[in-house]
Ligand binder design. Structure first.
Ligand code: PEP
Ligand code: MN
Length: 332
C-alpha cells in the first residue's frame, strides 16, 4: 500500500496517525512530494479508515493475489457447526487411520462424550513410506460416517486423489487436504468442486502466502469455505517431528481474520506435548484443535508415538475448553 500525502500535510503528524492504526511506514520522497510505503508487517486496516486520516490525499494498493480468501471472513459454517469468529472452540479428534469398523464406533462414542464435534480418521493415507499402512480405503469411509452418525458427530477425512473426490465428499462434512498435497492444484480443484468446505493443511515447507493461495484455489473452484490447519513446518531439530508455527496461527487469526485450527499431533509427533501446545494454539487464536487419539496407542497402525490414549484426550479436551487459567493437567 502506498499512501500519498496532500501538499499541506505535515509528514511526521501523518506518520504518527498511521502508526496509531498499526501501520508502519517508510518515507519515500520524489519531486518534493512525500509518500509512505506501508511495510508488510503492518496491521490490516481498511482503506476507508486510512483515507480519513487528515493529510492523506490518496492510496494506491496492489490488488490482493487472494481476493476470495480475503473476503471469506473469520467464521465459517460446516453444516450446523461454526468454526472461528465468536464460535466456541471446536475439537476434531480421532485416530490417524480408520483401522476397523468396531474400533471407530468405540472411539466415536467416547469422543462424543467429550464434546468433540468432528470425528477424524484417514481412509486413504498419505504415508511417507510405500511400505507403511496405506489405509482401508473406501470401506473405511463408510465405517467413519456410520460411527460419526451414531455418535452425533461430523466427519473430517482426507482425499488423496481427484478420482476419490466424489466418494470422499459423499462421506465427509469437511474434506481434508493433507500437507503433502497443499499445492496439488488438480486435487484442490477436484475436492473443492464437490461443494463441501475444505480443511486445508499447511504444506510442511510452504510459506503463508502459498498457503493462502492454495485456499484461493479452493474457493475459486467451488468450496463454500476454507478452514486453514497449521500442522507444523520442517525444521532442523529432530526433537519434534515438525515446528509448530504459532506465529502463522496468530497472523491468520488476528491479522488476516481467517478461521485456523491447529494440529499439534503432526506438528510435534509426541503425545507428551499435545496439552501444552493445544493450550498455546488456543491462546494464539486457533478456532479449533485437531488431535490424534487411539484406544491403544502402542497398537496404532500409524503415528503411534503421537497418539493420545482416549482418557487423556478427554482431560485435554476439558482443560483447553476450561480456558488458559484452568489448573494444569498432567497427561502422564
Ligand atoms: C493427517 O492429518 O492424517 C495427516 C496425514 O496429516 P498431515 O497431512 O498434516 O501430515
Ligand atoms: Mn497421522
Amino acid at each position: 500500500l502506498i499512501v500519498s500525502l496532500t501538499t499541506e500535510a505535515e509528514p511526521a503528524v501523518v506518520e504518527r496517525a498511521l502508526a496509531g492504526l498499526g501501520l508502519w511506514v517508510r518515507r519515500l520522497e520524489a519531486d518534493g512530494r512525500v509518500q509512505f510505503y506501508v511495510e508488510p508487517g503492518s496491521a490490516r486496516v481498511n482503506a476507508a479508515e486510512v483515507s480519513r486520516v487528515p493529510g492523506v490525499a490518496w492510496l494506491a494498493a496492489e490488488p490482493s493475489p487472494h481476493p476470495l480468501v480475503d473476503a471469506q471472513g473469520p467464521a465459517v459454517r460446516v453444516d450446523d457447526v461454526s468454526i472461528g469468529g465468536d464460535a466456541a472452540l471446536v475439537l476434531l479428534a480421532g485416530p490417524c487411520s480408520v483401522e476397523s469398523e468396531t474400533q471407530i464406533h468405540g472411539i466415536a462414542e467416547r469422543l462424543a462424550g467429550f464434546g468433540v464435534e468432528f470425528l477424524r480418521g484417514g481412509a486413504f493415507k498419505t504415508r511417507t513410506s510405500p511400505y507403511s499402512f496405506q489405509g482401508h480405503g473406501e470401506p473405511a469411509l463408510g465405517w467413519l460416517r456410520d460411527a460419526a452418525d451414531a455418535a452425533g458427530m461430523k466427519v473430517v477425512t482426507e482425499v488423496l486423489a481427484p478420482a476419490q473426490a466424489e466418494v470422499v465428499a459423499r462421506h465427509a462434512d469437511l474434506i481434508q487436504i493433507g500437507s503433502r498435497n497443499m499445492q496439488n492444484s488438480a486435487l484442490l480443484a477436484a475436492a473443492s468442486a464437490r461443494g463441501r468446505p475444505i480443511l486445508l493443511k499447511r504444506g510442511m515447507a510452504s510459506s503463508l502466502e502459498e498457503w493462502l493461495l492454495a485456499g484461493e484455489y479452493c474457493l475459486l473452484h467451488g468450496a463454500p469455505a476454507v478452514v486453514f490447519c497449521e500442522r507444523g513446518i520442517r525444521s532442523f531439530d529432530p526433537h519434534t517431528r515438525n515446528l509448530l508455527d504459532l506465529g502463522a496461527v496468530a497472523l491468520l487469526a488476528h491479522v488476516y481474520g481467517l478461521p485456523v485450527v491447529v494440529d499439534p499431533s503432526h506438528a510435534t509427533g509426541r503425545r507428551d506435548l499435545l496439552l501444552p501446545l493445544s493450550r498455546a494454539a488456543v491462546a494464539a487464536g486457533a478456532a479449533g484443535v485437531m488431535v490424534e487419539t487411539h484406544p491403544s496407542p502402542a497398537d496404532s497402525a500409524s503415528d503411534a508415538a503421537q497418539a493420545l490414549p482416549l482418557d487423556e484426550f478427554g482431560r485435554l479436551a476439558h482443560a483447553i475448553r476450561s480456558g488458559p487459567t484452568a489448573a494444569a493437567v498432567d497427561v502422564d
